[in-house]
Design a protein around this ligand. Sequence first.
Ligand code: 5CA
Length: 158
Amino acid sequence: MAELSGSAQRVQDALTQLGIVGTVVRLPASTRTAPEAAAAVGCQVGQIAKSLVFRATSSDTPILVIASGSNRVNEARLAELVGEPIGKADAAFVRAHTGYAIGGVAPVGHPRPLRTFIDADLLAYAEIWAAAGTPDSVFALAPADLSRLTGGEVATLT
Ligand code: 5CA
């Protein structure tokens, strides 16, 4: 197996610390987007747990949404759940609050805990895959473990 980069190793360490047996795998193809990750892994796009960062604009705080790769997050719905207007996060905001660059944002291993929502559609799968800190690494886990790892609130986000 190829050696893990710093960011991917950080994800592996976070998983180990949280008692997840899952292993970060580095793939020979891009996993930068959900469709690419699904093709590289050989799973359905819906099984890719994409970690999307939004900005609650009144408080200027980050909101992490872990969405099924086949869904588009409804920002109006997210604003209702958060109780604040929601805006887009730029690349610098994403990196500042997650420690990862876009295309590799992992659901764990952040500098500080983020308020997190989990797309209810992810719970339909026995196994899902999430980014592991880089645009070519992922790890598999059960949806229940995603809730446990992130403390995220399961919600309908479409
Ligand atoms: N590694 C894959 C599969 S987990 C991955 O990270 N996919 S993703 O969908 O979670 O990450 C790409 C997401 O980054 C896009 O859906 C989009 O929401 C966001 N993004 C892409 N470009 C930008 C940009 N310039 N500014 C802010 N967000 C962006």
